[in-house]
Design a protein around this ligand. Sequence first.
Ligand code: GLA
Length: 409
Amino acid sequence: MSTSGELEARATAAFATQFGFQPTALGIAPGRVELLGNHTDYNGGLVMAVAIDRFTVVAGRLSTGRSCRAHAVNFLGNVSFDLDKLERSESGDWPNYVKGVIWAIEEAEDTPLTSGFDITIAGNVPLGAGLSSSASLEAALAFFLLQAGLVPGRAISHYRGDSADSARLKLAQVLRRSENAFVGVASGLLDQFSSLFGRAHHAVYLDCETLEHARLPLGGPGPAIIVCDSKTSRRLADGMYNRRRAECETVVAYFQGQRGFDAVKSLRDVSLEELTEHWDRLDPVGRKRARHVLAENERVRKGAVALRAGDLVEFGRLVSASHASSRHDFENSSEALDTLVEAAEASPGFLGGKLSGAGWAGCTVNLVRVDQATAFAESVRTATARKLGITPEIHICHAAEGALGREIG
Ligand code: GLA
């Protein structure tokens, strides 16, 4: 694993090779794992996540005129575009995320960026694995743009450096909009929020309805956060995410019919008791999805209490209950993810484990007693290889600080 310092050095060196100058500023932002609150964010629910010490770094400097060039070290990819002609490319690749951030910041500021720029992007967040490599790219780019003084307006330009939480929250919303409206991914606020609000030794909590948020102690030394990457691709599942959103909507529509549009804006306005009461009249698929979402909200609430009390055993139990609910009610698990969770349950130091993020493929996250992290990793690797014939990639992670920008040199 490369550290953030090594990544910064890699992005800086790649910039000099690619463009023949030294970069003047950089932005760095972590990936995240979701701990509790699976598919709750776009349902006006509660989420808990942890920013992890896997990062994206964007290093760059201003260019002359309005042209921009971006070089992505990991993809060996280059793209050039004109700041005044931001067009989404159909290939759905990383350049859309870059252009989307510019577009959304300009929209929020109601002013164009002051100048074009050149950047290199380097990162070690596993791609397409459910660890929010895209949100970390968005946040790193935003902090580069702010640090380099390219954002002239008033709405978000005071985000520079380690600024106030209210400004970070606004930026998270702007970055989410870049994904929703420009890239075309209908995701919630979880990913951008986590990348911006992360803190060492802490989980992050967000109420997606009221935007109330907190950082909750994981304790010292705290559990190891072990991510097991099934190496199965998420692209296969892309359409499923929107389908689940629509299934949740059927339940919202039913209760709107009962109680009116103003009373029911999202699943957040429906209680578990009410769902049970109307169970037989609800769509048989939608009601299971809704049960998962509402039970997840409860688990986030209880999880926050457990973390504040330093009760990692209870917290781990809630994390494992979340996986069971995803598996049976939300049906966004897979054979590979279930195998990883089962292997984890039988491994030393296990406190709790679940799929992370959208689901269907990608990663599981496990909380493990810190002194047993290595034995746990070995045990999961062996058991999964035996059962599935694939060797998962195991990342022993730590809670990390959220995005920031810095001058270089
Ligand atoms: C993806 C999305 C998030 C969230 C999770 C599921 O990671 O990007 O907004 O909906 O799935 O909890």
